[in-house]
Design a protein around this ligand. Structure first.
Ligand SMILES: [Mg+2]
Length: 372
């Protein structure tokens, strides 16, 4: 039974090729991520990523400290086979910091998979799909740039987009929806407010947007406003999705009880790991809710974690949004490109996550590192 002998942590900054405005905040110039590498006695390595966003889940600085200072003592020197015990200890070693815990479980599964010769999806219960439809987010304040991106997406075979709304004004949202419906009729269009609406005007604005019949409308109001989410859900005839309102299984239970949504955006980073994300999906499925494979501003390593999780989770039927490695980052950190073809993410079938980061790229973008 192999022990985990080493842990390395990097805080990296990856340049991005556009500005992205969301209801809760903007991203420009670069994204901050934390990369974790574990090593076993035989030298095998497993990698994980914490994709933090300060306004959503928390800061990269917090993720770095959570892993390096508080989680490290529960990992190094322990048997890799004690994965559940390690994760349980890490969960209570530091409050919140769900992205740090997601990075830990990703690295443990990658390491176990590489040692045993099994893909991560096989360790998560087995594969239910080998491809996942890809959605790309439309969120540039310069709409002309997004129209150019739409043409590129269409050429690439992508057929799902999520329009980010609620960051400027209602007229801008309606204008963009009209233009996208007219010029890109072949696209499945979803709408995501990222909590951007004021409670006083949310209902009337969401009604207008529902008139465009998007596939779903996501998180129009602040995460904690469960009553208002339930009222909006009752009022419109388009499915309402919860994102920021539901991080882990605990939130999912309350969301089901209070009937705040018809579906849920499930993210490895919010749930605090791949198996907890699967639990959220199973709870949603059992309650008759749909599920979507959401993500944060991620590099390809976190995309891979989400891909393996969704590959082993039948309840997540609405596709995924793992577009950043292909369409947003100036350069990803993976040694081989994150696998996307004809608008679908291809589920890797090699051991572990199937693709590893290029250590030189990780080092190149690092602004802080720790470990021996
Ligand atoms: Mg969202």
């Amino acid at each position: 039974m192999q022990q985990i002998t080493h842990m390395h942590v990097w805080h990296i900054q990856l340049p991005v090729n556009a500005r992205r405005d969301h209801g809760i905040g903007s991203v420009e110039h670069s994204v901050d991520l934390v990369i974790l590498r574990l090593r076993a006695e035989d030298g095998t390595e497993g990698w994980g990523e914490a994709s933090s966003w300060s306004v959503f889940t928390g800061s990269a600085e917090a993720s770095f400290a959570a892993i390096d200072r508080y989680i490290r003592p529960h990992v190094v020197g322990r048997p890799l086979a004690d994965r559940a015990a390690i994760l349980a200890d890490a969960r209570y070693a530091v409050a919140h910091c769900t992205e740090a815990k997601a990075a830990l479980e990703t690295a443990l599964l990658d390491l176990q998979g590489r040692i045993s010769g099994l893909p991560v999806w096989a360790l998560l219960g087995g594969r239910c799909r080998s491809t996942i439809p890809l959605s790309c987010s439309i969120a540039d304040p310069d709409f002309d740039k997004d129209l150019a991106l739409m043409a590129r997406l269409r050429d690439d075979g992508v057929r799902i987009i999520k329009l980010k709304t609620g960051f400027k004004d209602h007229a801008f949202d309606i204008l963009r929806l009209e233009r996208l419906r007219a010029d890109f009729p072949e696209f499945d269009i979803r709408v995501d407010y990222n909590q951007g609406l004021h409670p006083d005007t949310a209902l009337s604005q969401v009604r207008d947007v529902a008139g465009f019949a998007p596939t779903f409308i996501e998180q129009p109001v602040k995460a904690h406003l469960f009553d208002l989410m339930a009222r909006i859900r009752d009022d419109i005839n388009v499915p309402l999705l919860a994102d920021e309102s539901v991080f882990g299984p605990e939130d999912m239970g309350r969301a089901i009880q209070e009937r705040i949504a018809d579906g849920v955006s499930i993210k490895v980073m919010k749930a605090g790991g791949l198996t907890r994300a699967q639990t959220v999906a199973r709870m949603a499925g059992a309650a008759g809710l749909t599920a979507y494979g959401g993500d944060m501003f991620e590099a390809g390593l976190a995309h891979l974690a989400g891909t393996h999780m969704i590959a082993a989770t039948p309840e997540i039927t609405l596709g995924c949004e793992f577009y950043q490695a292909s369409y947003f980052l100036v350069q990803d950190i993976l040694a081989d490109p994150f696998p996307v073809k004809d608008g679908e993410v291809i589920v890797p079938d090699g051991p572990g996550l199937g693709i590893s980061p290029d250590p030189d790229k990780v080092a190149h973008y690092a602004i802080q590192r720790s470990g021996t």
